[in-house]
Design a protein around this ligand. Structure first.
Ligand code: PLP
Length: 477
């Protein structure tokens, strides 16, 4: 794609008028219009006037809140706004920053980051267990007293210089010699970011076969997880985390947390839930089944920047025991130390990067100026429009659902067809360019995914989408 951007940067300033003249050609003509009412691909990405205002303000404040002291309001507002989210979604109280216990919430950039953090936290926790942490430490880190004294105990177990002559630092909690035989689990329907997280954390990953069950969709069963744990222990591996998905990318299937949670607790596995898309729907009572069993979960993450009407990036992550986890990400540097670190939260200990943006402003502005009911209205409209599309696509008798429509996603394919037929149809639809959608496969079956994404999408747009699909299918088959 020719960008129209000269090879060399200008050495003197250009007028804004000239820059804006180029905007159409260089930027907008080459942009994918995610908020067009006929954009039916991937999953939605959030947008609202209120969160754009918050992003502008965040850019204007231009602070970096890595520690409480580096920008107290950045930390404090994040803590309070996430407590609001816990209440609105009916999540366990122990996820609240204001709760007495060691739980907490933080806004990560993406679901992928949260997955990676969860894997590394679970890995460190198992390393620690294997290295036989004294029991009093465990007790302290799990109580309110422990949370307050976090700063002191942060220093009890740290990376050690194991060889004075070389100065080589050995990671205590991230000791590769200990996690050499670790294995983690996820569904074969989990997002690619889970495989990436496992790869970068240098642990084995076993993808468990999802089967049709809950809502007629794909999820991992208790038996599948239990059998895998048993088999892998017999092989000499050490299972340490199950990474569950609520709302898979391919078909919006659900790993049932209320059933899988007790298995993880019993087997001593860390349980992380990736609910990137579906999680936000739990704002509505009728979708609260998505968060059933959250009391068993060690960490839970979802993207308000998907279905939550908040602009990218805003990915809340809640920990049952954030005090514990923060010890695994703690490195001491004199220039980061401050007088309040034993009593105040330093979010740098729950993420990979040091710097962080003022993301909570987006939640704060959206909830205050728009209100949770407006987001609920959008979520309900999305689901209703998807249900309409699911009916409409069956009307000419040529199509069938691959799985029942769930939330904003309808998966469909031509009846009595091959994968090649459906691929040909999908390519033709996208080449036509009136609507945009993407395909997927589950266990070798190719199908098309239609997601109600834009807040501007109406029933007429959904009918239009159906008509385009019918017209192209009639021409081809
Ligand atoms: N997990 C699931 C289930 C997803 O559907 C997606 C993206 O669609 C992701 C993770 C990745 O999200 P992010 O871009 O926030 O990393």
């Amino acid at each position: 794609m020719p960008t129209g951007v000269p090879a060399q940067a200008p050495s003197s300033p250009e007028d804004w008028s000239k820059i804006f003249d180029d905007l159409e050609n260089v930027v907008l003509n080459g942009a994918t219009h995610w908020h067009h009412p006929h954009f039916f691909a991937y999953f939605p990405t959030g947008l609202s006037y209120q969160s754009i205002m918050a992003d502008i303000l965040s850019g204007g404040i231009a602070g970096i809140g890595f520690t409480w002291k580096s920008c107290p309001s950045m930390t404090e507002l994040e803590m309070s706004s996430l407590d609001w989210v816990v209440d609105l979604m009916g999540l366990p109280e122990h996820f609240k920053n204001s709760h007495d216990g060691p739980g907490c919430g933080i806004i990560q950039s993406t679901a992928s980051d949260s997955t990676m953090i969860a894997i590394m936290a679970a890995r460190a926790s198992h390393v620690e267990r294997i290295k036989a942490e004294p029991t009093f430490m465990k007790w302290v880190s799990e109580t309110g007293v422990g949370k307050t004294l976090k700063g002191i105990f942060d220093r009890v177990k740290v990376n050690k210089i194991d060889d004075e002559a070389s100065g080589i630092i050995a990671p205590y909690f991230h000791d590769p010699a200990v996690f050499e035989r670790f294995v983690m689990y996820c569904s074969d329907q989990a997002h690619s970011s889970v495989e990436k997280g496992a790869m970068l954390s240098a642990v084995r990953l076993r993808k468990l076969k999802a089967t049709r069950g809950f809502l007629g969709n794909y999820g991992v069963t208790n038996e599948t997880l239990q059998n895998a744990i048993k088999e892998d222990r017999a092989r000499g591996y050490i299972p340490f985390i199950f990474l569950a998905t609520v709302g898979t990318t391919c078909s919006c299937g659900v790993d049932q947390i209320d059933e899988l949670g007790p298995v993880c607790v019993e087997e001593g596995l860390y349980l992380h839930v990736d609910a990137a898309y579906a999680g936000t729907f739990a704002l509505c009572d009728e979708f609260k089944y998505l968060t059933r069993g959250m009391e068993h979960v060690d960490s839970f993450n979802f993207n308000l920047h998907k279905a939550g009407m908040i602009n990218f990036d805003c990915s809340p992550m809640f920990f049952k025991n954030g005090t514990h986890v923060s010890r695994y990400f703690n490195v001491d540097a004199i220039y980061l130390a401050h007088e309040y670190q034993s009593t105040a939260a330093d979010y740098r200990h729950l993420q990979v990067a040091l710097g962080r943006r003022f993301r909570s402003l987006k939640i704060w502005f959206v909830l205050r100026n728009m209100g949770a009911d407006k987001i609920r209205e959008y979520l309900r409209r999305t689901e209703l429009l998807a249900a309409e599309f699911a009916k409409l696509i069956l009307e000419n008798g040529k199509f069938e659902h691959f799985v029942p429509q769930h939330l904003g996603l309808t998966c469909f394919r031509l009846k009595n067809s091959t994968n090649a037929d459906n691929e040909k149809l999908c390519n033709a639809i996208n080449d036509d360019r009136r609507i945009h959608l993407v395909p997927s496969t589950v266990h070798g079956t190719y199908f098309l995914r239609m997601v109600v994404c834009s807040q501007l999408t109406t029933l007429d747009d959904v009918i239009y989408g159906r008509d385009v699909i019918f017209e192209i299918a009639d021409r081809l088959f």
